[in-house]
Write a protein of this length. Structure first.
Length: 270
């Protein structure tokens, strides 16, 4: 198991534990009603002027706060359950994943295939000229024709219009979002390929040090002592965050983060 898999497994375990803890905390409170929690009989009115008035009001306020906290714990529990499920499904391609480039290229391939399919379908659909003619011609197609269901789906978009236009291009399949995503993913691949060219190792800067940690996919700055407040502010402004686990200021590894680390420490570019 590599460092990335260990980190993901640790996140899943933490999310599952937090979900259980918060769910138990919420359920423990809801098992007890107002009477059991406060010791005040159900329906007991506040006795104005009586020595118990303040205690009664405080008990009601405290109970209301506990209800709010129990609801929040229940919502947080659902959030952590969802987070653990997302991590298990691994639907997001993290740059920390050693297989990120292969996964991105695979996703690009699927998107390009889908975009080409939509483009070809639009070309076939364009031959109908008008929506009215398309309705007639599509109805004539045999059921085994693989394009018939797609054409019907495209024509069904007319329900989005108060008065459906007869222009055939109003019902084309949209490929804009796929093309935009393909460009974005290709840019990510280029960035990761550039990152692979960065050599692993340490850069000494006097008493401090820059660590290029390719295993963790991080640029880390190790200070000999706690940095001054203005330095910490500069680190945060440049996207560096303190990692208690790694005992370093760090951010995701790329050429920009390495350049900023050098600038922060007034290190000349090698």
């Amino acid at each position: 198991m590599n460092a990335y898999e260990e980190k993901i497994n640790a996140k899943i375990e933490h999310a599952e534990q937090r979900a259980v803890q918060l769910k138990n905390s919420s359920e423990r409170f809801f098992k007890n009603g107002f009477c059991e929690t406060t010791g005040i009989p159900l329906g007991q009115p506040i006795l104005i002027g009586h020595h118990s008035e303040n205690r009664h009001r405080n008990a009601i306020k405290k109970y209301e706060n506990q209800i709010k906290n129990a609801i929040k714990d229940s919502e947080k529990s659902e959030y952590y359950e969802s987070k653990a499920e997302r991590l298990k499904n691994n639907s997001v391609i993290s740059s920390d994943n050693p297989q990120a480039i292969d996964l991105l290229l695979s996703k690009i391939g699927r998107l390009e295939k889908n975009a080409l399919f939509c483009k070809d379908l639009n070309a076939k659909f364009r031959k109908f000229k008008t929506r009215q003619n398309a309705l007639i011609e599509v109805a004539k197609l045999p059921e085994e024709n693989p394009d018939k269901n797609h054409f019907n789906m495209m024509l069904d978009q007319a329900r989005y219009y108060a008065i459906p236009p007869d222009r055939i291009n109003s019902y084309y399949l949209n490929t804009t979002s796929d093309n935009a995503e393909i460009r974005r993913l290709k840019d990510r691949v280029k960035e990761l390929q550039q990152k692979d060219k960065i050599k692993d190792g340490d850069i000494e800067t006097g008493v401090n040090k820059i660590v290029i940690n390719k295993e963790l996919n991080r640029v880390q700055i190790l200070f000999n002592d706690i940095p001054e407040k203005d330095i910490r502010t500069k680190l945060k402004q440049n996207g560096f965050h303190w990692s208690p686990y790694n005992k370093a200021w760090q951010r995701v590894l790329n050429e920009i983060s390495l350049s900023r680390a050098k600038n922060i420490l007034n290190q000349e570019v090698f």
